[in-house]
Structures are given as structure tokens and as C-alpha cells.
Design a protein around this ligand. Structure first.
Ligand code: FES
Ligand code: FES
Length: 900
């Protein structure tokens, strides 16, 4: 069959039933991405005769005789970008960039009328990172990016260094790779919530043409580990085998098949003959704590039951505090189980190189820890195993988990051939990690003037079938959300409990989101009880700069105020909400209007040991090379790391080539999670760049005979007194005498600084349909100095949109037997363009004395106040309190009808 792709003739025969997406990718058009393979996300959008189509839904044979255009064919042959590609670069309308190719193909096909109606025009394209505001900017020709000037890198809205590749489809993501002899891996997943596997018959499956090998629990090392990736391996329980003979949730992997094609591997999975002994299951964590509840992990011992961990603490005496209170509010709140929905699903590819070593390219937030874990499981030496990332298409905490690398490695070790595994979207829901569902009881006591006398919080966290991240998220839920209010009497207790549900994991906000929802809702209810304004009760009780930073543990924490801007954030939200921007209340008496606010505090970085390193060199051509261990997954760290380095070197950011997250080529990094990209990896870059600057200036001083204090770096040169020598010449002179223009530094996170966020929202609730419309969304963040203002705003846009989804639509729905019934994007609804109205983003004016160059963390905390602000606004509008997320129409409707 003959096809025309990007103006060139392609002759090929698609496989029976093959879709256009995989047909194009097999021919090297890797700009055609997969986010769902179901027509929901638009990542696979291409043009057929100039019209956008979802190529995953289009049978390849239907494209015969038509002009196919992929993102690779949109720019002119001379490389001149299509105006929309350029607009996406200038507006930085992407973060991870995984959606960008499909989004650009759709936008570039719109006429003027459609561009005026983006909620409809872009309904077929999802972005999980940007919150869509910057995409709207690109469509409307609004440019935010600034020019890269030497010595002015920090504080400038510079473009992502990989922008060109992202908008042209040239950027390579994890699985954008062609390989000879490649085998594809697929797994059979459990249909039962709790069962013992008695036997697995493989004969029929092995007979499927193309099947190379099948692995079950009998073929894997019997070595326990946790899929969670932390540098301290003791904070997560070793409760997981690569493949097990007990399944503990619907979706757990049972067996793996490697075959010549994905289709053959899938067909073989369907033919595996598994005999189970069904075991009783438990889904509710409170029921799972009962003495006679089905036990999930027998190896832990019956006396521990299903409680993986419990945490308790008290400062002062809450009993005394409640006695002294004039008003007491108490209620139970709960948050839903949700998924990260990074558009690039989990995946990795493993092969043996000509050097005899094993290489694993993976979509991971922590490749160094994945390497350690794989070495433990398969008893390998670290020097024999190279783990690295290419461009990663989003993470949000979901890729702080080792979910695909182990089976790819097993397949390679057993077959000797390269093995690739890409999760489907359904697997992403039923077989990856989720935000822990938490139920939080809050009791607050206060004097008449609003002064808190007692705060008591009790959390039950449903960690699902495995305990990765359970203790850390539980600890976080009792940490900064309780610290953010001063009160002499605080008490907290928490339990993380095993149940037969898909496991919890790390997720943006990491446990603190759940309890922030509860505490911030409760604070509004207490204010109402006292007849106080929501801003006033927070100002009266919020933590102040000179306060002892204390949750419920009396031991001092390594947390400090490197800067403080919570007061500014509250002022900014109050002032800008009052201005009455956004959309007006819809006409009609059925619409109720309300406003709500919430605040959040977050420690910048985890309490566990976190370390990052970077190495930098001056190159012979006078430019620089920077290697940083941390992963870039759309958080913008490569952009900001270059800017930090450029600040010290007086150069343009563009003069610095950067690589990251590679166990061979970059120094160690504990992983990009817990808000460490700026405050740990960024600090390592700052130390390294400063050391390289000193190295260069010392050599230039020696070489020129001019005192070092009279030497300085400029763009591409060093100036000593009145003598200017280019860095290229300096490098040549230095290397002749054996001087090395290189530096390497590490950063270790302590003390940790604190970031603050406040969100305000005005919304309308329809009293009959229970529809909620966000009319005005205002966010203020205290994140210290803005290294890249455009990028900082983009991170907040994305976090707020994710908060909208968590508050309003996203939820795992399970049937009575523990099966998730909505594991598709069209049924599990993340916000589309129409669901994420733009947010006014404001920044407190602070400079952090702990973070690098005055900056602190920003990617995580912004989500925390969004859901409670929405819940508070709904309560304000309706007079009814909705204490359980998500705020779906059925809940709202019955709440309005039935009262609070
Ligand atoms: S991959 Fe085709 S629409 Fe999602
Ligand atoms: S930039 Fe859109 S999904 Fe990441």
C-alpha cells in the first residue's frame, strides 16, 4: 500500500487491524504520541488531507491515498517553524511537552471562528501540565518568553532549552526508540482482589506465534522490595515481589509475556490458564483494622494485622485546650483516590550494549534509586547496570515508583534480547500508584475572638495493597498542614492501613493535600460558628516568622523560615478577589454564588535524606557543559538549572548545554520529588557553577598577572583589568599546561525552608443541576525569588487545574468486588480546556535565605489550597457543607436538598 507522509511516499503493508498511530511510529514518526489509544487525549493527532484526526482511532489502511501530516512535517523543509509551533515556543505552551505535538496539530488546523471558541475546539486534546492558560496564550499570539541576555538569566522568562525539539516532534521521550530484535512485554493482571495462585498453565500461550518467553512468580528472584523510590530504603516496607503467588488487588500483575509484537504478547496473556483460590477481601481501611479482617501480608505477622504504620503526637494538652474553648467544631472529611494521569504512561526499555553492560531507559523520577533497587532484586553490580531517562512526559509523583523496569530487565536477562514495556492507560489506573485516599477527623477549639485553643486531627489512610509511601504521606499529612496554625495544644494520630485496592503512592502535595483539605474546611466552619471572616480567622492564627515551627512532635525539625510571605499571599488573594474579576454570575435565580479561600504551607523538601550532585565544565569552544542528576519531567528544572548556572558564570543560559538523570553520565541524585528540583538539585548547580567560576577566575588571574578581584566573567570571555580573553582562548591556554576547567559539587538538604500558597475562588452552583462553575480563580504563592517567572506561573496554572480536577470530577469508582469501573480518560475525567478557567497568579515579594539564589519550591504546594477553597466557596454559596471529595453533582444536589 502507498501512503504519503509529510510529502514523501511510504510503501508499506499495515498489520491486520493496525491503527494509524502505531503504523506511523513503526516508521519512525515518533512525534505521534500515545496517551490513551482510545480517542480521548489527542496526543496522537495527525492531519489527514489537512484535517486533524486521532490516529489511534483510524485504521491505517483508511489513510491510503490521503496526505498524512505529522508534527515532523509541519515546519517548512528549511526548518522554519509553522507560526503555531513558534507561538507555542514563545508562550511556552507546554511543560513536559508530551501533549504538545497533538495540541499543535489541532491548533494549527483551526480557523478564526474556532480559535475564538477554544473550549469546544480543543475538547479532543488534553494537557495535564499547563492548565491550558499558556496554550490559550499561544493560540492568541501572546508571547511570554524573554530574550536570553548574558548576566541576566535569573529572573528572566527564558524558553525551555528543548523547545525546538518539543514543537517539531524531534524530542525523544522514553519509548521513542527503534531497536533491532526488540521484544515487547505485556502482563496478565489479576481479576480478583485477593487470591492465591494455585497454578498457571502456559502451554496454549507459548503456542502463540512470536511468543519468546513467559514469566510467573516461579521465574523471579524471591526477594522482597518496595516499588516506592526513596533514598532511604527503610521508610517503605519490603512487601512486594516482582511477581507473586498471592494477588492483593484487582490489577496486580500475575504473569509477563515477551513476544515479537505487542499483539502476540497480549494474545498469549489471554491464553494463560490461571487457577486461583479466592481469598476474602477487605476494601475499607476501618474494617481492615478489625481483629478478624482478612490479612493481606501474612509475612508481617498476624499481630500487626493490616495496620502498616501508626503515628501519634501531642504538644501541650488538647484536653485542656478544648476545656478553655468558647466554641468547638468537629467533623470528618474525606478525599478521593485519584491518579496522576501524566500523559506519558509508565514504560521502559532494557537492552545489553556492546560494552556488555545492561542499559535501561525509563520514565522515572528517580533513576539512581531504581538502579539500586534493581541491583538488589537481581543481585547485579551497579557498575553493570546503567539506568537513565530521556525526556519524561510528566510525573507528578507517579514516577517515583519502579513499576516497569524490573520486568523489562527480567525479560532481557532471560532472553538476551532487548525488551520494551509501555503501560496502557487502563494499566495506568489499575496497576500503577494513586493518591492515598484519606479520611480525616478534625476537631478545633477557639476563644470567642477566634484564637485557637486546641487542634486535634485523626487520619486514616488507605494505602491499598502495598505500603510504598504510606508512612511518609501519613507523616506529611500530620506535618505542615498542622504547623501552619499556631496553637499551644495540638494532637494528631494517624494510621496507614492495607486493603485490597490499587496501592497509594507519591502524588503532588504528598499527603499534606489531603489533610489541608480537611483542616482548611474545618477552619472555615469554625469561623462561621464564631461569626468571623475566613481571612480574619486565618490571620489571627497563622504561623508567624518568629514562631517555633511545630506540628505535634516536640523534637525540633530541620525546617526554618528562609523567607516568609504567607501574610502577603492572604493580602494578595483578598485584594484581587475583591476586585471582582473573572466571569459574572450566570443569569437566573437557580444560580447560587459563593466565595471561598484556603491556605497551605509546605516544607521545601522531604525530611528523609536527600542529596543531589552536578558537574560542570568549560568546553574548548568557550561554552559550558552541565550534568545534573535530577530528572526533568516537565517541572522545568533543566531551564532553571541553566539559569542558576548562568547567573554565576555571567553567561547566557544558551551557552550551557545540559544533561540530566543518567547513572553513567551525571552525578548521583536522590530523585526529583518532594519539591527538590530547585532547592536540592538547584543548590548543587549553584555550588558547582560558583566553583567553576572561581576556577576560571583563578586561572585567568594567574595567567594574566592581574589580581583575581579585578577579574570577572562576561559573555564568552573573562576580563582581567583591561585585558579581555575569550573563554575559548583561555581554555586552549589552560589545557596546554594541564589545567582542568571543571567543578563538581553536591548539595544535601538541611535545613529545609517553607513555601506558602493561598487560593481564592468565586463560583456559581446551580441549585437544580448541581453544576459548579468556577467564575474567578485567584492564587498567591510565596516561592521566594522567581528564577523564571513564566515557568513559575505555569507550574501554578497546572497545579491549580489539577486541584480543580481533584475537587470536582476525578475519582476512582470501584465495584463491590474491588474492580475499578472507570479506568478510561472519558470516564475518569481530568480537566479539559473547558474545565480549567484561567487563574490570576500573584507572587509574594520574598527572597529566601536558604534556597539557591533566593528561590524555593513551587511545583507541589500550589495544589493544596485549591480543593478546600472550592469546598468553602460551595458551602458559602449553598449553605450546605460538603466534606467529601469530589464535589460531584449527585453529592451537591442531595446536599442542597437534604441540607448540611
Ligand atoms: S492516543 Fe489517540 S486520542 Fe489518546
Ligand atoms: S505539557 Fe501537556 S501533558 Fe505535559
Amino acid at each position: 500500500m502507498n501512503y504519503t507522509v509529510n510529502g514523501k511516499r511510504v510503501s508499506a503493508e499495515p498489520a491486520p487491524g493496525q491503527c494509524l498511530r502505531t503504523f506511523l511510529r513503526e516508521r519512525g514518526f515518533f512525534g505521534v504520541k500515545k496517551g490513551c489509544d482510545a480517542g480521548d487525549c489527542g496526543a496522537c493527532t495527525v492531519w489527514l488531507d489537512g484535517k486533524p484526526v486521532h490516529s489511534c482511532l483510524m485504521p491505517a489502511f483508511r489513510a491510503v491515498g490521503k496526505e498524512i501530516t505529522t508534527i515532523e512535517g509541519l515546519a517548512k523543509p528549511d526548518g522554519t517553524l509553522h507560526p503555531i509551533q513558534k507561538a507555542f515556543v514563545d508562550a511556552q505552551a507546554f511543560q513536559c511537552g508530551f501533549c504538545a505535538a497533538g495540541m499543535i496539530m489541532t491548533v494549527a488546523s483551526l480557523d478564526e471562528a474556532h480559535r475564538k471558541d477554544l473550549p469546544h475546539a480543543l475538547k479532543g486534546n488534553l494537557c495535564r501540565c499547563t492548565g491550558y492558560r499558556s496554550i490559550a496564550d499561544a493560540v492568541h499570539g501572546i508571547a511570554s518568553a524573554e530574550e536570553d541576555e548574558a548576566g541576566k538569566a535569573c529572573g528572566a522568562s527564558l524558553r525551555n532549552p528543548f523547545s525546538q525539539g518539543i514543537v517539531t516532534g524531534a524530542a525523544r521521550y522514553t519509548l521513542d526508540i527503534a531497536m533491532d530484535e526488540l521484544l515487547h512485554l505485556k502482563v496478565l493482571r489479576s481479576p480478583h482482589a485477593h487470591a492465591k495462585i494455585l497454578s498457571i498453565g502456559r502451554e496454549k500461550a507459548m503456542a502463540v506465534p512470536g511468543v519468546a518467553a513467559i514469566f510467573t512468580w516461579e521465574d523471579v528472584p524471591r526477594r522482597l522490595y518496595s516499588t516506592a523510590l526513596h533514598p532511604d530504603h527503610l521508610v517503605d516496607p519490603d512487601d512486594t515481589y516482582v511477581l507473586d503467588n498471592v494477588v492483593r488487588f484487582v490489577g496486580q500483575r500475575i504473569a509477563a509475556v515477551v513476544a515479537e509484537t505487542e499483539a502476540a504478547a497480549e494474545a498469549a496473556c489471554r491464553l494463560l490458564d490461571v487457577k486461583y483460590e479466592i481469598l476474602p477481601a477487605v476494601f475499607d481501611p476501618v474494617a481492615a483494622m478489625e481483629p478478624n479482617a482478612p490479612l493481606l501480608h501474612e509475612h508481617r505477622g498476624a499481630e500487626k494485622g493490616n495496620i502498616y504504620v501508626d503515628i501519634h503526637g501531642e504538644v501541650g494538652s488538647v484536653a485542656d485546650g478544648f476545656k478553655a474553648a468558647d466554641a468547638i467544631h468537629e467533623r470528618t472529611y474525606s478525599t478521593s483516590r485519584v491518579q496522576h494521569v501524566h500523559l506519558e504512561t509508565h514504560g521502559s526499555v532494557a537492552w545489553r550494549g556492546e560494552d556488555g553492560r545492561i542499559h535501561i531507559r525509563t520514565s522515572s523520577q528517580a533513576p539512581f534509586i531504581a538502579q539500586q533497587k534493581l541491583c538488589h532484586i537481581f543481585q547485579l553490580r551497579p557498575r553493570d547496570l546503567h539506568v537513565f531517562t530521556e525526556r519524561v512526559g510528566g510525573g507528578f509523583g507517579g514516577k517515583q515508583e519502579m513499576l516497569s523496569e524490573d520486568l523489562c530487565l527480567l525479560g532481557l536477562l532471560k532472553t538476551g534480547r532487548p525488551v520494551m514495556w509501555e503501560f496502557t492507560r487502563e494499566e495506568q489506573f489499575i496497576g500503577a500508584s494513586t493518591r492515598h485516599q484519606m479520611t480525616t477527623r478534625v476537631k478545633l477549639g477557639a476563644k470567642k475572638d477566634g484564637t485557637l485553643t486546641a487542634v486535634e486531627v485523626h487520619v486514616v489512610s488507605n494505602t491499598g495493597a502495598y505500603g510504598g509511601h504510606a508512612s511518609e504521606t501519613l507523616g506529611a499529612s500530620l506535618g505542615s498542614p498542622m504547623t501552619s496554625y499556631r496553637c499551644p495544644n495540638k494532637k494528631a494520630g494517624g494510621y496507614a492501613v492495607y486493603t485490597n485496592i490499587v496501592p497509594g503512592g507519591g502524588f503532588r502535595g504528598y499527603g499534606s493535600s489531603q489533610s489541608t483539605f480537611a483542616i482548611e474546611c474545618a477552619m472555615d466552619e469554625l469561623a462561621k460558628l464564631l461569626g468571623m471572616d475566613p481571612f480574619a480567622i486565618r490571620r489571627k492564627n497563622m504561623i508567624k516568622p518568629d514562631d517555633w515551627i511545630e506540628s505535634v512532635w516536640s523534637d525540633p525539625a530541620d525546617v526554618d523560615f528562609g523567607s516568609y510571605g504567607l501574610d502577603q499571599c492572604l493580602d494578595l488573594v483578598e485584594k484581587n478577589l475583591a476586585k471582582g474579576g473573572g466571569a459574572p454570575k450566570p443569569a437566573g435565580e437557580e444560580w447560587l454564588e459563593g466565595t471561598g479561600i484556603a491556605m497551605a504551607m509546605l516544607d521545601c523538601g522531604p525530611p528523609t535524606e536527600h542529596r543531589s550532585g552536578s558537574v560542570m565544565a568549560l568546553l574548548p569552544d568557550g561554552t559550558f557543559h552541565l550534568a545534573v542528576g535530577s530528572t526533568e519531567m516537565g517541572n522545568g528544572s533543566t531551564t532553571s538549572h541553566r539559569q542558576i548556572a548562568a547567573e554565576f558564570l555571567g553567561s547566557r543560559a544558551d551557552a550551557i548545554a545540559i544533561i540530566n538523570a543518567d547513572t553513567d553520565k551525571t552525578p548521583y541524585d536522590s530523585g526529583t520529588f518532594a519539591s527538590t528540583g530547585t532547592v536540592v538539585a538547584g543548590q548543587a548547580v549553584a555550588l558547582t557553577a560558583a566553583a567553576l567560576r572561581d576556577n576560571i577566575l583563578q586561572y585567568a588571574s594567574r595567567n594574566s598577572g592581574v589580581d583575581q578581584s579585578a577579574c570577572k566573567l562576561e559573555d564568552g570571555a573573562v576580563v582581567c583589568g583591561n585585558r579581555r580573553i575569550t573563554l575559548k582562548d583561555l581554555h586552549a591556554a589552560g589545557t596546554k599546561v594541564g589545567h582542568r576547567f571543571e567543578a563538581k559539587r553536591k548539595a544535601f538538604l538541611s535545613p529545609r525552608t517553607t513555601a506558602f500558597n493561598v487560593h481564592g475562588v468565586r463560583l456559581a452552583v446551580h441549585r437544580v443541576t448541581a453544576e459548579i462553575r468556577i467564575l474567578h480563580s485567584v492564587h498567591a504563592a510565596d516561592i521566594g525569588r522567581l528564577i523564571n517567572p513564566m515557568q513559575c506561573r505555569g507550574q501554578i496554572d497546572g497545579a491549580v487545574a489539577m486541584g480543580f480536577g481533584w475537587a470536582l470530577t476525578e475519582n476512582f469508582v470501584h465495584s463491590a468486588d474491588g474492580t475499578m469501573v472507570n479506568p478510561q480518560l472519558r470516564n475518569y475525567r481530568i480537566p479539559a480546556f473547558a474545565d480549567a478557567p484561567p487563574t490570576e497568579v500573584h507572587f509574594a515579594d520574598t527572597y529566601d535565605t536558604i534556597g539557591p539564589l533566593g528561590a524555593k519550591s513551587q511545583g507541589e504546594c500550589a495544589i493544596n489550597p485549591v480543593a478546600p477553597a472550592i469546598a468553602n466557596a460551595v458551602a458559602n454559596a449553598t449553605g450546605a457543607r460538603f466534606a467529601h471529595l469530589p464535589l460531584t453533582p449527585d453529592r451537591i444536589f442531595s446536599g442542597i436538598v437534604g441540607g448540611p
